[in-house]
Design a protein around this ligand. Structure first.
Ligand SMILES: Cc1ncc(COP(=O)(O)O)c(C=O)c1O
Length: 360
């Protein structure tokens, strides 16, 4: 079975919208897209905003391909990695028939996009272990069995996982990809990959055409507000997703912000921030672990910590009353009384620690 056989039958061969930008070839005077001929007045950053933007700017695609170790043909840039999740679900899942597989507790958008597409959600929960370094384990054989039994088109492996924080060993991803060859697309979401010591699953792509990797500039590259996410996948799948994507998904301003972040200065700054963040993660983890109302600090390969408190609700209220907003993740059955804490600047982390130390 070829990868494209996994695409919804009614979308196979679909060319998508033919925009003015797509049809244009050369020229200097653009009277083809019903744009305003006048540049908006104002700041330099607004130059060119009277024109529709390049849907997939070549320079940005090239920079992202280099960053993630892929070829430009394997790269799709979307509005955050949220958009490729939505596109994959719509391209592959026949509404009311197909399913996606998730390993809870995990990132919520996989199930939300499935719900919007009326695709079923098949759950194979992470397993609690006694290993303090890896307290949640992927049920590898459970994932494979479930994906073979149900009409699963997409298998989401989040590494490092949100909200549990741990990365998946590459060998486990490899095992799932090997077993589901020709049956489902395996999506490895590496939104927090820059904070993990493990290699990217992009290194497996050459052997597994049905393996897709998601990356984002929202975390390590400080561009959550620009909404720049990347899907790295088989070029044929990338073409299908481009066909169902909005004609002009990326704003010119955001694409430029991404290019700046990926220029040598920007990369150097991001590396320095990642180093600081990793040092702060260790410091915060050790300091929080010593506090009296803390039951456990989970190990993290991401830019956040998950902490089990004696009473998460009262800690949440205590910090909020002092202006510090944490995320309550205790709705997940596997994370009772847990709060998720993003690692901040050293000053923000000091303020958090002082606040937690003042807990009654
Ligand atoms: C695991 C994971 N994947 C994807 C995303 C979406 O990121 P973005 O759309 O900003 O790229 C998030 C956001 O928090 C996330 O935690």
């Amino acid at each position: 079975m070829s990868l494209l056989d996994l695409v919804r039958p009614d979308l196979q061969g679909f060319a998508g919208y033919s925009s003015a930008r797509k049809e244009a070839q050369g020229g200097q005077v653009f009277l083809n897209a019903n744009e305003s001929p006048w540049a908006p007045s104002g700041e330099a950053w607004a130059n060119g905003l009277n024109r529709y933007p390049d849907p997939q700017p070549e320079a940005l695609i090239a920079a992202l391909a280099t960053l993630y170790g892929a070829t430009p043909e394997e790269v799709l840039v979307g509005r955050g990695s949220d958009e490729p999740i939505d596109l994959l679900t719509r391209a592959l899942c026949v509404a009311g028939q197909d399913a996606v597989l998730i390993c809870p507790p995990t990132f919520g958008m996989y199930a939300v996009c499935a719900r919007v597409q009326n695709a079923a959600v098949c759950e194979v929960p992470l397993r609690a272990t006694d290993d303090p370094h890896a307290p949640f384990a992927l049920d590898v054989e459970g994932v494979i069995d479930a994906a073979r039994t149900a009409p699963v088109k997409l298998v989401y492996l989040c590494s490092p996982n949100n909200p549990t924080g741990q990365a998946l060993p590459l060998a486990q991803i490899e095992r799932v990809a090997e077993a589901l060859h020709g049956r489902a697309v395996v999506v490895v979401d590496e939104a927090y990959g820059e904070f993990s010591p493990l290699a990217s699953a992009v290194t497996l792509r050459a052997r597994f055409p049905h393996l897709v990797v998601l990356r984002t500039l929202s975390k390590a590259y400080a561009l959550a507000g620009a909404r720049i996410g990347t899907l790295i996948g088989d070029p044929a799948l990338v073409r299908v997703l481009r066909a169902i994507m909005a004609p002009y998904p990326l704003s010119q301003v955001c694409a430029q912000a991404a290019l700046n972040a990926l220029a040598p200065d920007g990369l150097q700054k991001a590396r320095a921030h990642i180093d600081t963040l990793l040092a702060e993660r260790s410091r915060l983890s050790a300091a929080i672990a010593k506090l009296s109302k803390v039951r456990r600090v989970y190990p993290s390969d991401a830019n956040f910590l998950v902490v089990a408190f004696e009473d998460a609700v009262s800690v949440y209220r205590h910090t909020l009353a002092r202006g510090i907003v944490l995320r309550d993740v205790s709705k997940h059955a596997a994370l009772p009384d847990c709060l998720r804490i993003s690692v901040g600047t050293p000053e923000e982390n000091d303020r958090l620690l002082a606040c937690l130390e003042s807990l009654a």
